[in-house]
Write a new protein. Structure first.
Length: 447
């Protein structure tokens, strides 16, 4: 099939490369000329494991190309995916649909023959109706169908997620779209990935429901972690004990500094707004948003407390700046609020991230940057592990102790075990665990 993708960011680029890999002919369109020329030169504008060879292979085979010329790409396509951003609107937290609406108008002007316009961007329920209206008004008489096909991929494992999804949700109002969308995803269907056809509004809402539910799980375990700290229980064991119950599941029960990224924060907020607009409040999600918002800065206070309550003039090394490992995405990363809290308290922060430094420089308060975990720690009064990149999982504590001004580790991802770190003479703080070993834990550590 001939496919055009409007917006070549994390979702558009990965989707385009994977659809080309399925055998379709894909043109990825973006307004950003720099992005397009980088892609044409074989340089990836984002860090996503496995993306570069996938793009290179499909470009070489003549199935994948990049352009700023939306008109030509759309005119040539049977299916046009919209994968532009839907950030939080400044001021009120609703999803900002201006990019989607603009894309719809541009697509309308370029349509030739029957075309399926697929919204892959995460958009509030009812947006498909608006896209349909915009196209109909811009090009009266155009032959098209608007479909909702929300994307569930995760940055860091985006290609695997796209190629082996748990499900593909497709919301249609026009029966002609069913066959064509089945054809688009045929290779996955043959792979037994369930294709779930629904009406368009249901598909739109399913995406928000899934993200909000996962965000709620994270907020739940984070609150429970606080209770564990007050009561001497261990949140990792509680999460395991809960998660082994199939009805609950283990995933998204890792206590930490709060969720971030380009999806959960904005999507939970947008769902709250949709609920309010329809006089159908999403109270659990409202609370999730509030819990997460206050948690990020609270993590800054946790670091300050671990440093004895005062960090003015002290140097704090921060390991991991992106919102999760294996991405360079800094959008709404918890590191932003944590670092801001430390800077506000007078600390000198020295950060390091394996892939996110360039993006970090654009959004973080002014801090120093190091070129590795040990240079971030050198001379520091405390080291904070914010994002659990693999290279932070087996730090050399003997070396750290030698190089740091004070041996203090605040592990906001529970990567380490207290007794291992303390055995190296470090003071250790983590999430949701008893401050001192007691009972069986102490016996186990002493053995
Ligand atoms: N990032 C994720 O992990 C993820 C996962 C699932 C769903 N989503 C959703 O997918 C959508 C896209 O997210 P993203 O992270 O890929 O965003 P992004 O910001 O990385 O990419 C969006 C791209 O669209 C381009 N663009 C905007 N308007 C355009 C237009 N009119 N014509 C051509 N190009 C245009 C921008 O230049 C940008 O390159 C969002 O709605 C998001 O919620 C994202």
């Amino acid at each position: 099939m001939r496919i055009a993708i409007i917006g070549s960011g994390y979702v558009g680029l990965v989707s385009g490369a994977c659809l080309a890999d399925f055998g379709h002919h894909v043109t990825c369109v973006d307004l950003d000329e720099q992005k397009v020329s980088a892609l044409r030169a074989g340089r990836m504008p984002i860090y996503e494991p496995g993306l570069e060879p996938l793009v290179a292979g499909n470009v070489a085979d003549g199935r994948l190309s990049f352009t700023t010329d939306l008109d030509a790409a759309v005119a040539d396509a049977e299916v046009v995916f919209v994968a532009v951003g839907t950030p939080s609107r400044r001021g009120d937290g609703h999803a900002d649909l201006s990019f989607v609406h603009a894309a719809a108008a541009s697509i309308a002007a370029a349509l030739t023959g029957f075309t399926i316009v697929v919204t892959k961007s995460t958009v509030p329920v009812g947006t498909g109706d608006a896209v349909e209206r915009i196209i109909g008004e811009t090009r009266p008489g155009a032959d098209f169908a608007v479909v909702s096909n929300p994307e569930f991929l995760r940055e860091g494992s985006a290609i695997e997620d796209f190629k082996r999804p748990d499900r593909i949700v497709i919301g249609i109002e026009d029966e002609r779209a069913r066959e064509i969308m089945s054809e688009v995803y045929r290779p996955l269907y043959l792979n037994q990935a369930p294709l779930l056809f629904t009406d368009r509004r249901t598909a739109e809402l399913t995406k928000y429901a899934a993200n909000a539910f996962l965000a709620m799980k994270v907020a739940f375990i984070n609150e429970l972690a606080d209770l564990c700290e007050k009561t001497g229980a261990d949140v990792q064991d509680v999460a395991r004990g809960m998660g082994l119950d199939n009805r609950i599941g283990q995933k998204f029960l890792n206590a930490g500094p709060g969720y971030g990224g380009s999806c959960f924060p904005k999507d939970t907020l947008a769902l709250v707004k949709t609920g309010q607009d329809h006089d159908s409040p999403m109270r659990l999600v409202e609370t999730t948003v509030a819990i997460n918002e206050q948690r990020k800065r609270a993590m800054g206070r946790k670091v300050i407390a671990a440093c004895g309550g005062d960090v003015r003039g002290r140097t704090i090394g921060v390991l991991g700046l992106t919102f999760k490992p294996n991405t360079d995405d800094m959008r709404d990363s918890p590191a932003i609020a944590i670092i801001q809290a430390l800077v506000d308290a007078g600390a000198k922060v020295r950060g390091y991230d394996p892939e996110g430094m360039a993006a970090a420089r654009e959004v973080l308060a002014p801090i120093d940057y190091a070129d590795g975990p040990y240079s971030a720690a050198a001379g520091a009064d405390a080291l904070v592990l914010v994002t659990e990149w693999n290279e932070f999982r087996s730090l050399d504590f003997a070396k750290l102790k030698q190089d740091m001004a004070a041996p203090v580790l605040i592990d906001l991802r529970n990567v380490y075990r207290r007794h291992e770190v303390e055995a190296h003479g470090f003071a250790y703080e983590c999430i949701g665990k008893p401050a001192r070993l007691a009972g069986a834990g102490a016996r186990k550590a002493a053995e």
